[in-house]
Design a protein. Structure first.
Length: 69
């Protein structure tokens, strides 16, 4: 429990910790603006409808930090 200028505040410590971790993940990791990532140990194949595959390809540079070749 905390006290603020608006009264008594109940704080969920677990939720607060998750929010802090989330905010840290949103910050760019380096000057190039990319966040660290890790490849899957066992790659997963995902089948998408053509429309979704086209959209994903268009967004790939933003998602990975490099352009699709």
């Amino acid at each position: 429990m905390l006290e603020s200028d608006r009264g008594l505040v109940l704080l969920d410590q677990h939720a607060a910790h998750e929010r802090i971790l989330f905010e840290q993940m949103l910050k760019p990791a380096g000057t190039n603006g990319t966040a660290p990532s890790q490849k899957l140990l066992l790659p997963e194949t995902v089948e998408l409808p053509a429309r979704d595959a086209i959209f994903l390809r268009e967004q790939l540079a933003a998602l990975t930090g490099w352009a699709w070749g």
